[in-house]
Design a protein around this ligand. Structure first.
Ligand code: FES
Length: 652
């Protein structure tokens, strides 16, 4: 008689197995993704499956008892002590008795997908570099002397097939007590690295470790530092936190920090110290939020622009301030947490993504990993908007990258009433083209300024200023309402027909909010504000246009706005200002913090690290600082929306 047929879903893998074969064994033989930490001892419950007992017929599966073995004592004990969801069995204990369909639920798959919120975002598939292994180690024997570490390594090899595993001094220091406390059974966290060198034992716990191991994905920006704490087994984001980069006191933008380093001997060391202190503050903040010990963070991934990358590493960034903008290294790095003075597990590995070029850093590489232009059929333009815009353009044939010095205006700096995006800041603006009267929305308040109850809703916080997205919308709306001309000049009261124009010497300002009447400061959009935004948007457009020239195209299929700021820009207003090349407005989407997402992908999927290292090597870099056409594009883009390029939206 033929052996029973076992079919696994959702993979569809199938095979015949002798009666008595454990489901976990069948899964492994077929290459089905079924998790296990305890190696089939009925301890970890990672191998849970949902069987559909039965015979196969044209009606599907008929439920029938006896396709799997009865519950054995190990499974019974597990269920009575810890409970099992109705209908679930432990795959390592249940054995094949007849034809059966076995469903492997997502939480039992090693390579499970992590849910991402955006429909068009690429999936994150779990393939972490650090994994847990439960092993039973031989006891020492006077007649066959070998060290505890050697017997642990042997157990990992025999029970898990790990062939090249090493331990460090700290492993030795924790190993003996752990083995004895656990009665020769321990759980090891093993870091697999790139698969070329040895795997390394990071931590040893006595017995079966039931807790969670954690990883941290960090986007180290010049203005803000954002971190996400992830469960390294499920991929779930357990806590997210951010803080201001304290290096701001050395200079708002990157070049000021490079200048600080040039003019102050040892200045880079000072900047390294404060950014590492800030990272430690972030670690303790995020660990407190998740109520965990920072020592349980076993891995971290960092992405940063080239200057922050160097300053994190303790490398003077002075070479990045002058041509040829040489990086100390453009390659990916794997370091020990202690090398960067980070207060997490002392043997935690820190992976830093590769840099693309002297001005296009590991943060842009992370955006490329998250948005995958190299896998796109469409020609996609991705702009990560910050004090420096990092721009990628391409599709599966070719990807180009550059950075463009937009300055801090998009973040609310250099704007008369500008502030960072925080409660109290005006973030949305509309101006009636007939009456020229504005209405706006403020961060932290749900209703528009002309709606009943606004004054009460805004509460004590009041209106404190205008943030980057607010000033972009304000100027774009002024342009559409005829208050600003194509050259960026604000008209007078007589020219525009509104008493909201305030004369300011030889220029004019538009009164957006009369603070004296409604509380808070008066908020004006000044001629200087318009000029600052013109410069920033011209730099952004010129960078994108330069890449389009290099690729020999006049249009792109879609635009992705990345970065925290990109998430808040209204595509329509960006188009009206001519910040980005013309494109159907519905084809402009926001990717949120794509650099942070790229860091998370690299944290949770070690194969993605190899993938981005390969991709970065193929990205063609374009240096805006030495391209004469950049200046031409910059000047033409100073016009709103542009001197020559058509922008259909504004005409409509
Ligand atoms: Fe651990 Fe089944 S593999 S309980």
């Amino acid at each position: 008689m033929k052996d029973p047929l076992v079919i696994f879903t959702p993979s569809g893998k199938r095979g015949n197995f002798p009666v008595g074969t454990p489901i976990l064994t069948a899964a492994r033989q077929l290459g089905v993704d079924l998790d296990s930490v305890c190696g089939g001892r009925g301890i970890c419950s990672k191998c849970q499956i949902t069987p559909a007992y039965g015979e196969f017929s044209k009606h599907g599966v008929t439920v029938r008892d006896g396709a799997l073995s009865e519950w054995n004592s190990v499974e019974e004990r597990y269920k009575s002590k810890r409970g099992l969801t109705e209908g679930r069995r432990l795959g390592c204990q249940a054995t094949v008795q007849g034809d059966v369909v076995i469903d492997v639920p997502p939480e039992s798959q090693v390579h499970k997908q992590v849910v991402r919120k955006r429909a068009e975002a690429r999936e994150i598939v779990m393939d972490p570099a650090t994994r847990l292994y439960y092993v039973e180690v031989e006891e020492p024997d006077m007649h066959a002397p070998s060290g505890d570490l050697e017997r642990l390594v042997k157990a990992l090899s025999e029970q898990w097939g790990l062939v090249h595993v090493e331990g460090d001094l700290r492993t030795l220091q924790m190993l003996q007590p752990a083995l004895r406390k656990g009665a020769w059974k321990v759980t090891c966290a093993v870091y697999h690295g790139d698969g070329l060198g040895p795997a390394r034992i990071v931590q040893v716990w006595p017995g079966y470790y039931e807790g969670t191991i954690y990883g941290l994905a960090v986007d180290l920006g010049s203005t803000t530092i954002a971190g996400h704490l992830c469960d390294l087994q499920t991929g779930a984001v357990l806590a997210s936190s951010g803080l201001m980069n304290p290096q701001i006191r050395f200079g708002e933008d990157l070049m000021s920090r490079v200048s600080y380093s040039m003019m102050n001997p040892g200045g880079h060391k000072e900047m390294t110290r404060v950014v590492r202190d800030a990272l430690n503050a972030l670690v303790s903040q995020i660990a407190a939020e998740a109520r965990i010990e920072p020592a349980l963070i076993l891995e971290a991934v960092f992405v940063a622009n080239p200057v922050m990358h160097h300053l994190l590493l303790g490398i003077d960034a002075v070479e990045l301030g002058q041509a040829p903008f040489a990086l100390a290294t453009s390659g990916a790095l794997t370091l020990w947490a202690r090398e960067l003075d980070l207060d997490m597990h002392p043997d935690a590995r820190i992976y830093i993504l590769p840099c693309i070029a002297g001005h296009v850093g590991a943060d842009a590489a992370a955006v490329a990993l998250s948005e995958a232009p190299n896998l796109s059929d469409d020609l996609v333009l991705i702009v990560d908007v910050g004090t420096n815009a990092e721009i990628l353009l391409g599709n599966r044939d070719k990807v180009l990258a550059c950075s463009s010095p937009t300055g801090p205006a998009f973040e609310g700096a250099q704007i008369s009433s500008g502030q960072r995006a925080a409660p109290g800041a005006i973030e949305r603006v509309e101006i009636d083209p007939e009456s020229k009267e504005p209405r706006f929305r403020v961060i932290g308040c749900e209703i528009w300024s002309d709606e009943p109850g606004f004054t009460e809703a805004i509460g004590a916080q009041g209106i404190t200023g205008i943030c980057g997205s607010g000033i972009i919308e304000a100027i774009a709306e002024m342009r559409m309402a005829g208050l600003v001309d194509g050259g960026g000049l604000i008209g007078s009261a007589a020219q525009t027909g509104t008493t909201r124009m305030v004369e300011d010497g030889r220029t004019h300002s538009y009164l957006l909010h009369d603070g004296s009447a409604k509380g808070g400061p008066r908020i004006l959009v000044t001629q200087g504000d318009v000029r600052a935004i013109q410069l920033a948007k011209s730099a952004l457009y010129a960078g994108a246009r330069l890449l389009m020239d290099q690729l020999g195209v006049d249009a792109v299929d879609r635009v992705v706005l990345a970065g925290a700021f990109g998430a808040h820009i209204s595509p329509k207003h960006a188009m009206v200002l001519g910040m980005i090349p013309d494109c159907p407005v519905e084809k402009v989407t926001s990717a949120g913090n794509a650099a942070g997402t790229g860091a998370r992908i690299a944290l949770l999927n070690s194969a993605a690290r190899r993938e981005i290292e390969g991709t970065v090597g193929r990205i063609q870099k374009v240096e805006t600082a030495v391209e004469p056409r950049f200046q031409e594009h910059f000047v033409a883009a100073n016009h709103i929306p542009h001197k020559t390029a058509p922008f259909d939206l504004l005409r409509a």
